[in-house]
Design a protein around this ligand. Structure first.
Ligand SMILES: Nc1ncnc2c1ncn2[C@@H]1O[C@H](COP(=O)(O)OP(=O)(O)OP(=O)(O)O)[C@@H](O)[C@H]1O
Ligand SMILES: [Mg+2]
Length: 144
């Protein structure tokens, strides 16, 4: 799947459509440079699954967990939104509990800056790529 988003709202809508691909216990890796729209895409997923905002990059806390008031249609109850930008060594993330988050059978893990995880990134993660096209446009692609 490859689409061009023409606005932040468009990116959120595309992410809400992407949610059909996710299942409990899975990991979504969001690749893309600074300002590519990883947080906007995450916000679309979070809101489509019923999480309550505001949705921001958990840049300083590394991980923000959303407990859903009602499980999603897929059976997701918790969303772990990770911003690995400030992670220098994957071991730091492991110490914070990364392995528990990815083994939560009712969890969904969203990762911004997944390249910072090295070998810690599960091979079966769904990979989404976002890239800058113009001031207001972003290319968004994933395999399904
Ligand atoms: N079509 C678009 N989709 C998403 N964001 C857009 C789009 N057009 C412009 N923007 C702007 O690009 C920026 C995207 O910010 P966002 O925080 O989502 O990026 P990010 O990839 O999470 O960056 P960071 O690496 O800093 O976490 C925002 O300032 C937003 O207003
Ligand atoms: Mg971000």
């Amino acid at each position: 799947m490859e689409v061009i988003s023409e606005s932040v709202e468009d990116t959120r809508r595309i992410a809400a459509g992407f949610v059909a691909n996710v299942s409990p216990g899975s990991v979504v890796a969001l690749f893309g440079d600074l300002g590519a729209g990883k947080t906007a895409f995450s916000a679309g997923i979070l809101s489509a699954l019923g999480a309550k905002g505001p949705f921001q990059s958990p840049t300083f806390v590394i991980m923000h967990r959303y407990d859903l008031a009602t499980p999603s249609a897929q059976g997701i109850r918790r969303i772990y939104h990770i911003d690995a930008y400030r992670i220098d060594d994957p071991e730091e993330l492991r110490k914070l509990g990364f392995e528990e988050w990815i083994s939560d059978p009712e969890g969904l893990v969203l990762i911004e800056w997944p390249e910072r995880l090295g070998d810690l990134l599960p091979e079966d993660a769904t990979r989404v790529s976002l890239s800058w096209v113009s001031e207001t446009e972003r290319k968004i692609s994933w395999k399904n």
